[in-house]
Design a protein around this ligand. Structure first.
Ligand SMILES: [Ca+2]
Ligand SMILES: [Ca+2]
Ligand SMILES: [Ca+2]
Length: 403
């Protein structure tokens, strides 16, 4: 028994744990079917299941204002705030616009609403849904919507996520979350700082993290007393956010996935057949000064090189006639040169760099001063004299910077 207890406590330290930071019961005895967070004001926008309006509350639960719900009365629906400006159907929508996803009957519609006047600025009839789309979110870096359908339709339509084009409503990609064991009843999804999908469901006791391609990353157990969820809305990039239940409560949680690093793009194959692989350990932070290590393993041994990064965006441009790609859009910032170590002509080399330490020590570095919420694209460059360009590149690592 003692040994089991020790194992459990070690595993609790190793994995993120959700914490309950407080709760409130919205005025007017409403039953939240959807919840959105407005970073401009710090307030929540909440839709009462089958209600006629979407109401704004302070984080203390005080009613501020409301606008009329577009479309039909619904319990299959969601509230969002546009995390970036984008074009919905054919209308440019500013960042921070109130969005209502109405999945109640037939395919889901997405409405953009003026928060002050309640005017519908634009709407889109999507090609996804059979009367049971319960959640959605706009993905800032992919420029698409992700919509979530519940279990009720059964068959291939049940528990399904679709990535939808914000101008045409066409379904671009789709996958079923039940294949990973996650079942949707009431439910919702939001986008993590690293671009993953965070899901809640009234049938589940965890927050599930999926990649946009449908791979389950992890499930995080809900804190004691938090259950039967219908909505999730992150309120920043530090792993905090709101969840709501149609039973009438809203909770603020900590410990949600934040500032994760995700590999992308393709590594070159070196002269000795090495395939360098980049990863990140810890969390990128604008203020910590230490604690986010970039690693690249499987490098040619005893070669010099360096990490560099971009804050502009990803890229996938061939690196001369080699098998490498430049994965970070210019301009880029080089970090200090280092030697990969290991035996020459082996794949035993590696680089490592604490990126937090680098930006703390280099206030003039590209993108500095960082404040949190930025996205960084990092890659390693190294000498490989017999290769076509005499140098090769690792794959890329995308990460979001915590405050
Ligand atoms: Ca319904
Ligand atoms: Ca509809
Ligand atoms: Ca949502």
């Amino acid at each position: 028994m003692l040994r089991i207890a020790i194992c459990l406590s070690l595993s609790a330290v190793a994995h993120a744990q959700l914490t309950n930071l407080g709760s409130f019961n919205p005025l007017n005895n409403i039953d939240p079917c959807g919840v959105g967070f407005d970073p401009a004001t710090g307030n929540l926008w909440v839709y009462d299941c089958f209600g006629t309006s979407i109401a704004q509350y302070t984080p203390a639960g005080v009613f501020v204002s409301q606008v009329a719900r577009p479309g039909e009365s619904a319990d299959d629906c969601d509230v969002e705030l546009a995390p970036a400006g984008f074009v919905l159907n054919s209308t440019a929508i500013p960042e921070g616009t109130l969005l209502f996803i109405n999945g109640e009957s037939g395919v889901a519609e997405i409405y953009a609403i003026d928060k002050s006047s309640g005017a519908v600025l634009a709407s889109l009839t999507t090609s996804f849904g059979v009367s049971h789309v319960v959640g959605g979110a706009y993905h800032r870096t992919r420029g698409t919507f992700f919509l979530l359908q519940d279990k009720v339709p059964g068959g291939s339509a049940a528990n399904r996520i679709a990535e939808v084009h914000p101008q045409t409503g066409a379904v671009l990609n789709t996958f079923q979350v039940s294949s990973a064991g996650f079942i949707i009843n009431y439910g919702d999804l939001d986008i993590s700082p690293s671009g993953h999908l965070l899901l809640v469901s009234s049938d589940e006791s965890t927050v599930a993290e999926f990649t946009t391609a449908g791979a389950l990353v992890q499930e995080l157990a809900l804190p004691s007393g938090v259950s039967f969820l219908s909505g999730i809305a992150l309120d920043g990039v530090n792993g905090e956010g709101w969840v709501g239940s149609p039973n009438g409560l809203l909770w603020r949680l900590g410990g949600l996935p934040a500032c994760g690093a995700v590999a992308y793009c393709t590594a070159g194959t070196t002269t000795n057949g090495c395939l360098p692989s980049i990863s990140g350990t810890g969390a990128a932070s604008a203020s910590a000064g230490v604690g986010f290590t970039l690693n690249v393993a499987n490098l040619e041994g005893d070669k010099s090189g360096l990490f560099f990064y971009s804050v502009t965006g990803p890229l996938a441009t061939p690196w001369g006639s080699s098998s490498s790609f430049l994965c970070a859009a210019p301009p880029t910032q080089r970090t200090q040169a280092q030697n990969s170590g290991g035996a020459p002509n082996s794949c035993g080399g590696s680089f490592s760099l604490d990126w937090n330490q680098f930006i703390a020590a280099n206030p003039g570095a590209l993108g500095a001063p960082f404040t949190g919420g930025e996205t960084v694209y990092a890659q390693a460059w190294f000498r490989d004299p017999p290769s076509p360009k005499t140098t090769n590149l690792s794959n890329g690592l995308r990460f979001d910077v915590c405050p």
